[in-house]
Design a protein around this ligand. Structure first.
Ligand SMILES: [Zn+2]
Length: 89
């Protein structure tokens, strides 16, 4: 491998570790739910999911899972929904 490529690979790994460099604009993901697959899309800060829960609540476990996964790289529609669960006392 030539040295130019090695430098690019090193840079890619540094970039990948710095999440604030990335801002997703568009995304389409299939999530394998427990019972079915769900298509989730993200476009200019707005999530959509085809599941029934999303249709009523405009958020769901599928979109929230992606917000957790892509933290810092997408706008979060419902921040309180993805906060770590407070310990039950
Ligand atoms: Zn959903």
């Amino acid at each position: 491998m030539y040295s130019g490529m090695i430098g690019k690979i090193d840079k890619a790994h540094r970039y990948a570790a710095e999440r604030d460099r990335f801002q997703f604009e568009d995304l389409r993901v299939t999530i394998h739910g427990n019972n079915d697959d769900h298509a989730v899309t993200y476009h200019e800060g707005a999530w959509r999911c085809e599941c029934d829960f999303f249709r009523h609540e405009e958020t769901c476990a599928h979109t929230m899972a992606l917000e957790v996964l892509l933290e810092g790289m997408v706008e979060v529609a419902h921040p309180s929904a993805i906060e770590p669960q407070a310990a039950v006392s």
